[in-house]
Design a protein around this ligand. Structure first.
Ligand SMILES: C[S@@+](CC[C@H](N)C(=O)[O-])C[C@H]1O[C@@H](n2cnc3c(N)ncnc32)[C@H](O)[C@@H]1O
Length: 324
């Protein structure tokens, strides 16, 4: 069967007007297209995304932690909400998959993902696509992946049924990096407090020249934060996420949670970086942030995961299989 590609989702306007932005506050998909198109060119830098050992290890680790290493390399894989390709391109480099296809609601993101693959020396096929209506035939892929995408999708039951439809029998899905309900609550409060403090302290006359962002930059960040409130639709209780996957027809469903103290450290750090003048923090700060995050991740993974309830951790990953 061939899937009807005439999907009804908002397309990126040639030129974004104030009317588009006003409409986006009532339309999460339009908000996703505008917000992520706008972010596409600077996204890798903003989130410290790279395609070297650091992020290859990270992607491999997230995948293996929830789904193990059986079946590598999957012959054909699709990513939904690929952004700039962080998850799929690094999984390919890690040897998890062979042929990759990237999709995203944002044309700007798909363009960057395809370009990133090319600069790494391989090709992926890119399509602009809504996860609720995937433009692929039934039983096309051995693997479907996503990272930090489920929480943006309005009708998750529909998207998970689409994932099941495009998977071959016995095929696997892996979604990682989704916010848990409780972890997100804490992270948002820590980030809010950091932003409030940093954006005021840097305005003090003695600090302003070296540390403060311009008023225009701060206003733009506030506008972005407002749209972020529209694009971030869900947070997850791990058991309910698993139940949703079972309802979509998956078997062997499993969830794991990660990052407790690492997220209490990581979110304020990223917020602080966004609140101060670009370039003001320098290399020593970057090393402090990265090594601090690594050490706390180790603590979370090796110690706290055995004593703290799993739903308090920040990230949840889920995997499952389409019945053979
Ligand atoms: C937080 S970003 C994550 C990007 C990338 N996966 C990563 O981890 O860097 C979420 C991505 O999902 C995309 N997205 C949001 N809603 C979507 C939908 N309904 N269908 C497909 N992609 C969607 C956004 O455009 C955005 O690129």
């Amino acid at each position: 069967m061939t899937h009807d590609q005439a999907a009804a989702f908002p397309t990126a306007p040639e030129e974004v007007t104030a009317d588009h932005i006003a409409a986006a506050f009532h339309d999460p998909k339009l908000a996703n297209v505008l917000y992520h198109d706008w972010e596409a060119g600077t996204y890798d830098e903003k989130w410290s995304i790279s395609y070297d050992e650091r992020c290859i290890d990270y992607a491999r680790g997230r995948f293996a932690h929830v789904a193990g290493t059986d079946g590598w390399p999957y012959a054909s894989a699709l990513e939904i909400g690929s952004g700039t390709g962080f998850f799929l391109l690094n999984l390919k480099q890690a040897g998890v998959l062979d042929q990759g296809h990237v999709t995203d609601l944002s044309p700007g993101m798909v363009e960057v993902a395809v370009r990133n693959a090319r600069s790494l020396g391989f090709d992926v096929e890119g399509r602009v696509a809504d996860a609720e209506s995937l433009p692929y035939d039934d039983e096309s892929f051995d693997l479907v992946v996503g990272h930090a995408v489920l929480h943006h999708i309005p009708d998750l039951d529909l998207a998970l049924r689409e994932v099941r439809r495009v998977l071959k029998p016995g095929g696997r899905f892996v979604f990682a990096g989704e916010p848990t309900r409780r972890g997100d609550w804490v992270a948002r409060r820590l980030s809010g407090l950091t932003w409030w403090t940093a954006s005021r302290v840097t305005q003090l006359p003695a600090l302003k020249e070296k540390w403060a962002r311009t008023r225009a930059e701060l206003d733009e960040s506030s506008r972005a934060a407002a749209l972020e409130g529209v694009v971030d639709i869900h947070t997850f209780d791990p058991d309910r996420l698993a139940a949703m996957c079972l309802r979509a027809g998956a078997v062997d469903v499993r969830t794991v949670t990660e990052e407790l103290t690492a997220s209490w450290f990581g979110w304020p750090v990223r917020t602080f970086e966004a609140a101060v003048k670009p370039g003001a923090l320098g290399w020593n700060w970057a090393m402090f942030a990265y090594k601090g995050w690594l050490r706390l991740s180790w603590l979370d993974e090796n110690v706290l995961t055995h004593v703290v309830p799993h739903e308090l951790f920040y990230n949840v990953s889920v995997t499952g299989v389409k019945p053979a």
